[in-house]
Design a protein around this ligand. Structure first.
Ligand code: SAM
Ligand code: FES
Length: 358
């Protein structure tokens, strides 16, 4: 196992059958070694920094029906909300004052947010906060839509591929197409976005070979960001009562993703903190380098319940900011409030000086 980890560290790649061996045969000693090497690799490109992003969950309306997701359209128990442009800009304003220079706008696939509405929103954020990066995460859209949003100033787009196994994908996403989701990711890349793919760990019927397929897919796609989190069941979904993923198996995936894509931006997810009070710190120590504290107004937080017992739903933005900063520091890392671009992106001098002046 140790020699396989060393080979992966050096080559930044490993054949599928060897990856499968790693996924299935690690023990306590070798898993610690894997996390150590993943952290060492992260340090090469990002030193001891962890980037902070301000997350705004701006709508929980969704026309899709992902079988695992608490805000799926057919869940009639959800109290639906969508934030107004003014409310979103207020979140950005509060976030900016707290030091954030990246805003992540995430929501369900809400037909209210047409291209026109989203373009207007992105333009307003970019003109109000020109030194900030804007990330969208609003699901599958057309080429034209992604192109318009890019032109409006959107810097990044998060669209997890969820699982790279077609049959598993189709069993979880009624009415959606495996090919379309992947095509969206290739389109976003071609349009010049910094792209975030990613997957859940511990989905019902997911095998170790499926997880290796996820790792192979991200190695081939080379996204700038990879969101990896445990699947956590939600009672008002068709998968109610499922077992869900664990922190331990998710940490292994985070570490392997770091070794396969050394420069990737890897979030330490809220889902990890939900399963284990120290889950986010553990992910940072296994190679993650991004955290996304919540900037959404507290009165809507509980309504964006993707899975049960989601944490941080009662905390003010300033509290979340401080809490997470404390966690990052206690884990031995340094907070970086900058835009936090991918290590391969060159930021123009002008943008850097604007940031320093402030
Ligand atoms: N609608 C957008 C999309 O499809 O990309 C963004 C919102 S969606 C709620 C964000 C992510 O939440 C999904 O990509 C999925 O991986 C994750 N998610 C949904 N339900 C989950 C659950 N029960 N446990 C863990 N993660 C979940
Ligand atoms: Fe649409 Fe979850 S089913 S966000």
């Amino acid at each position: 196992m140790i020699s396989l980890i060393d080979k992966l560290y050096t080559d930044e790649n490993l054949e599928d059958d060897l990856l499968l061996e790693l996924v299935t045969q690690l023990d306590t000693t070798t898993v610690s070694y894997l996390f150590e090497k993943a952290l060492e690799k992260k340090t090469v490109y990002y030193k001891d920094t962890v980037y902070m992003r301000g997350l705004i969950e701006f709508t929980n309306y969704c026309k899709q029906n992902c079988n695992y997701c608490g805000i799926r359209g057919k869940n009639t128990k959800v109290d639906r909300y969508r934030l107004s442009k003014e409310a979103i800009l207020n979140c950005c304003d509060e976030g900016y004052k707290l030091g954030y220079r990246t805003f992540v706008l995430q929501g369900g696939e809400d037909p209210f947010f047409t291209d026109e509405v989203l373009v207007d929103l992105v333009e307003a954020i970019k003109s109000g906060y020109p030194d900030c990066a804007v990330t969208l995460s609003v699901g599958e859209r057309s080429y034209e839509s992604y192109a318009m949003l890019k032109k409006a100033g959107t810097d990044r787009y998060l669209l997890r591929h969820e699982t790279a196994t077609k049959s598993l994908y189709e069993s979880l996403h009624p009415g959606m197409s495996f090919e379309n989701r992947r095509n969206c990711l290739y389109t976003l890349k071609a349009l010049g976005y910094q792209v975030g793919a990613g997957f859940m760990v511990g989905l019902p019927n997911q095998t170790p070979a499926d997880l290796v397929a996820d790792l192979r897919f991200i190695k081939e796609l080379e996204p700038e960001m990879v969101g990896i989190g445990p699947y956590i069941p939600h009672d008002e979904t068709p998968l109610k009562g499922a077992t869900g993923g664990t922190v331990e198996e998710t940490l292994v995936m985070v570490a392997l993703a770091r070794l396969l894509l050394p420069k990737a931006l890897l979030p330490s997810t809220t889902a990890m903190g939900t399963l284990d009070p120290k889950g986010r710190e553990k992910a940072l120590k296994a190679g993650a380098n991004v955290v996304m504290p919540n900037l959404s107004p507290t009165d809507v937080r509980e309504k964006y319940e993707l899975y049960k017992d989601k944490i941080c739903t009662g905390d003010e933005a300033a509290h979340c900011r401080q809490c997470i900063e404390g966690r990052i520091k206690s884990a031995g890392f340094r907070v970086d409030m900058g835009r936090g671009d991918h290590a391969s992106i060159h930021i123009p001098e002008e943008a850097v000086s604007v940031q320093i002046k402030l």
